[in-house]
Design a binder for this molecule. Structure first.
Ligand code: ZN
Length: 232
């Protein structure tokens, strides 16, 4: 049997965390100076989605972790062919996408948005849609603390008050007021629907928090260097 290396981590393709990857090939990159060590590009495949991943690995010996007599976890120390070898993981490519909220979005709202984005990446469309709605719900309540209306009504109110553009108001037709979306089967929410709601949410948050935050920052320079940049 030909052994392979096993690496565990977050898959940049399907978004699963702590998922395992098996190596399919390796290429020697270089010998590591001042020793018998070697550096390898090891090509892995996600066991869940078959997506590819290249892991940059240093070996303390002249061989890489793929194609040995047994399967070996990397990073790790192993006893192979009567010698001890250590494999270090330097880097992985590609990286899982970073899920970030737009600037100046209050923490709880940003957390809901980031979770919506992560769940969309993991193909949990219904959960993503629910969390986008949660972010919008928290955001509109913060902007209109007195309003008694449902989410869609608050968005219309913000449009009428000129807090969001008429185009955003029109786009808001995708935000429905049926609070029971979660009783549906996960498959009933398509990727497109969840992705569009997330895009709407992101744009909404930028209008509601990012732009006002940027303007406030520009009008009150935090330090002299910013003032100098404005003056010059
Ligand atoms: Zn995967």
């Amino acid at each position: 049997m030909t052994g392979f290396a096993v690496w565990s981590g977050t898959c940049p393709h399907c978004g699963r965390e702590n998922t395992s990857f098996d190596s399919v090939a390796q290429a020697l990159v270089e010998s590591v100076a001042a020793g018998k060590g070697t550096r390898w590009n090891v090509f892995f495949m996600c066991n869940a989605c078959k997506g590819g991943l290249v892991v940059d690995i240093i070996s303390t010996e002249g061989f890489g972790p793929h194609g040995l007599n047994e399967n070996l976890l990397v990073p790790g120390t192993h006893y192979v062919s009567h010698q001890t070898v250590e494999f270090f993981v330097i880097d992985t490519h590609p990286k899982p996408p970073a899920h970030l909220a737009p600037d100046h979005v209050p923490e709880r709202i940003a957390a809901a948005y980031i979770e919506a984005s992560e769940n969309l990446h993991r193909k949990r469309h219904e959960t993503s849609q629910m969390l986008s709605r949660k972010a919008l719900d928290l955001a509109t309540k913060r902007l209109l603390p007195e309003s008694q209306k449902w989410l869609k009504g608050r968005i219309d109110e913000l449009r009428d008050a000129g807090k969001i553009t008429p185009e955003m108001g029109e786009w808001a037709h995708i935000v429905r007021d049926d609070g029971n979306i979660s009783v549906h089967d996960e498959n009933e929410v398509t990727r497109e629907e969840a992705a569009e709601l997330l895009a709407f949410t992101e744009t909404f948050l930028m209008y509601a928090f990012t732009l006002p935050g940027m303007i406030a920052k520009r009008r009150q320079p935090a330090d002299e260097s910013e003032q100098a940049a404005v003056d010059s």
